[in-house]
Design a protein around this ligand. Sequence first.
Ligand code: AMP
Length: 193
Amino acid sequence: MNIIIFGPPGAGKGTQSERLQSNYELAHLSTGDMLRAEIKRESDLGLTLKSIIESGALVPDETMIKLIELRISQPDCDNGFILDGFPRTVAQAKALDVMMQEQSKSIDHVVVLKVNEDILLERILKRAAESGGARADDNADTLKKRLAVYNEQTAPILPYYQEKALLREIDGMADIDDVTAQISKVLDNKAAA
Ligand code: AMP
């Protein structure tokens, strides 16, 4: 089973992905984590990525598509994977379709976590405080930019997956366990079908 977990910054994609990873033995592919790991290596690419991420903008599609194409062909993805943070543009969604077809794979569900914007800000500021400011992009100003980018470039993917009848909307404002239960219900229904 291959799924996309979708939602604005602070919606809980990472938290829920970690739970699904262990409950369903799926590989968790967080593009944000992959990019942050590259930044830690202090490579030239890492430096470029750092300034893009800190501005709240998106890394170019070409870079992201190559990264994911390589990653989903790894053996740990054979049992299925969760895409967390990809695709983030319609071009990425279309490229994903092509690479999935080439690798004889398909997306089973696109799980959308719905959360109001005021709650997102609260959550991001809480995450910043709890992590001691580990993520330079977790602050009110950058969040504003990230939300604008989400609304302008990422949310337009939704009709694309709606047309393919893959969208599963989840109330992301419920408590963490309840959100996990809602997602599991969706995934288990498919597994039983
Ligand atoms: P995240 O951890 O998913 O919130 O991602 C942090 C940042 O990494 C984003 O704000 C973007 O700058 C960059 N990023 C992550 N995934 C993508 C993607 N699929 N396309 C473009 N940029 C991305």
